[in-house]
Design a protein around this ligand. Structure first.
Ligand code: AMP
Length: 217
């Protein structure tokens, strides 16, 4: 049976969206679209988008909506999204949610579900400050998800690093941005009848099982 699923993942930074998106991508065989990963790649490659986005990202601020909208429109015009997609870290503002609706209308598709992974704020700082990332998109944690060899990615043997915005002074700013700009999206998708709320304060496997159950997949 081919399941078609166009979904978004909502939740605080460090709440497990990327980890769950990676598991869902395997399970559903659809692409994971992380605006954060796309932006980090653009910064690394020094593209015009990367140059514009870098200062916002370094400060833990959101990149302006028009840049994000262009990036998403371009990504959704690629031909690998026939079976669906998983957005991770997008939309992050009401304007982006409205923008997504317009892009989807243009493409003749709609978003099926918004999964909200709910994690208490006091857990977030610990999760983010212990997070170690790989350029391939894999993420680890110095306590709860250690790689087999310290500092080395299990998936691609790349060198793990701490994202600049995972340092404590920037984390606070990112949480404030989330509360001011992204939290209203929970009500937005609830009103659309698309919201599935998941307790994110559990082990990775338990969260994944709850998501599958919540989506009926
Ligand atoms: P993330 O990897 O999703 O935590 O994103 C890292 C940073 O990239 C964020 O703190 C923002 O500066 C920027 N970013 C990623 N996605 C978005 C988005 N949808 N809207 C605005 N800024 C974004």
């Amino acid at each position: 049976m081919v399941i078609q699923m166009r979904m978004i993942l909502l939740g605080k930074p460090g709440g497990g969206k990327g980890t769950q998106a990676t598991l869902l991508k395997e399970h559903l065989d659809v692409p994971q679209i992380s605006t954060g990963d796309i932006l980090r790649e653009a910064v690394k490659n020094g593209t015009p988008l990367g140059k514009e986005a870098k200062n916002y990202m370094d400060a833990g601020k959101l990149v302006p909506d028009d840049l994000i909208r262009g990036l998403v429109e371009e990504r959704l015009s690629q031909d690998d999204i026939g079976k669906g997609f998983i957005f991770d870290g997008f939309p992050r503002t009401l304007a982006q949610a409205e923008g997504l609706k317009k892009i989807a209308d243009k493409l003749g598709i709609s978003i099926d579900k918004a999964v909200y992974i709910d994690v208490p704020t006091d857990k977030i700082v610990k999760r983010l400050s212990g997070r170690r990332s790989c350029a391939c998109g894999a993420v680890y944690h110095i306590e709860s998800k250690r790689p087999k060899i310290e500092g080395v990615c299990d998936a691609c043997s790349g060198k793990l690093y701490q994202r600049d915005d995972d340092k404590e002074d920037v984390i606070k700013q990112r949480i404030e941005q989330y509360e001011a700009q992204t939290m209203p999206l929970i009500d937005y998708y609830r009103k659309e009848g698309k919201l599935v709320t998941i307790d994110g304060d559990q082990d990775i496997d338990e969260v994944f099982n709850d998501i599958k159950r919540g989506l009926g997949i």
